[in-house]
Design a protein. Structure first.
Length: 306
């Protein structure tokens, strides 16, 4: 142990006064530290910089009084802010500068599309027996809720035999239709859509209703307890793998403080942009209360801009 200590001190002194070469016995005379990539015969490696989040980078204790830390470098991998940059510290002004930032290629712009054309008509939940219809699908989940509670029934049951949440329409013009759900019924995209590293991520959904729907805010005591025949749509999305959801408020003035849309919904394309996070899950919660009331969604789309 003592011998090892002396050797260590000797090396430390030696290194303190000489060039250092890794994988080379002949460091460049121009360099203090010279690293060759070949570390074993025919086997090569690179230089790995410290990888930090923005919060961790901001916690690096750079010396603000001197130029000691000028030129310090890190690689920032930050999924919260969508930042993927090789950075260098400028001690003169006390700031980090980007040397190079990276974004993923969007590959034509679409990260996810759902136009419901690929399903057989009636795919979904029909009537009081959740086993009826053609369900489940691999690309979405339907969930009904027991009236007045947020207790989920997957894939869900409905109140009457003629109620549904299913793929309807005609060939080449299909959509997901909700009829007389009698309580909240939710469409959820699956699996979570990877949006890490893409710039300008947005999603959009076509939403509309037919016949006469109504809404009275006096009958709302919660999203899962909105009674009196109230008809509404809530659009929500998660950017953290489903841990938390953000509800789109009062879209274009067509909703209110509690719902994205209320009552009649003329054909509307809802869109939300500037999405940053680890992944995206979209949910649409629908409620209507008469056999004559239909709400439909179509063309669920997630795009990016680079
Ligand atoms: Ca369609
Ligand atoms: Ca109604
Ligand atoms: Ca709501
Ligand atoms: Ca009915």
């Amino acid at each position: 142990m003592k011998n090892f200590y002396y050797i260590f001190i000797f090396l430390l002194c030696h290194i303190a006064t000489a060039q250092v070469g890794f994988n080379t016995d002949n460091p460049s005379t121009a360099s203090t530290l010279h690293i060759e990539a070949e570390y074993s015969a025919g086997v090569f490696g690179g230089l790995k910089l410290p990888v930090v989040t923005l919060t961790q980078r901001n916690n690096i204790r750079v010396d603000a009084e001197t130029m000691r830390d000028d030129g310090l470098m890190v690689y920032v991998h930050d999924e919260i802010s969508n930042t993927y940059c090789w950075q260098i510290y400028d001690a003169k002004i006390g700031e980090w500068h980007n040397i190079q930032c990276f974004t993923k290629n969007c590959g034509g712009g679409a990260l996810f599309t759902e136009d419901f054309e690929a399903y057989a008509l009636d795919t979904g939940i029909t009537g009081t027996n959740s086993a009826s219809g053609d369900y489940p699908t691999t690309n979405f989940i339907l969930t009904s809720f027991t009236a007045g509670t947020n207790t989920a029934n997957h894939p869900g049951t409905l109140v009457d035999a003629d109620d549904y949440a299913k793929v309807a329409g005609i060939s080449n013009d299909k959509y997901l239709s909700f009829r007389d759900t009698g309580g909240p019924l939710r469409y959820t995209t699956q699996p979570a859509i990877d949006i890490v590293g893409y710039a300008n991520v947005s999603f959009s959904i076509d939403i509309s209703s037919t016949n006469s729907l109504e809404y009275d805010d006096a009958n709302h005591t919660g999203d899962f307890n909105c009674t009196g025949g109230n008809d509404y749509v809530d659009v929500e999305y998660s950017l953290d793998g489903g841990l938390t959801y953000i509800e789109v408020p009062n879209y274009n003035g067509q909703g209110n403080a509690n719902h994205t849309f209320i009552g009649d919904i003329p054909p509307t394309t809802l869109s939300v942009s500037n999405l940053v996070g680890s992944s995206l899950i979209i949910r649409v919660r629908v409620q209507n209360n008469e056999d004559t009331e239909y709400i439909s969604i179509d063309n669920v789309s997630v795009t990016c801009g680079n």
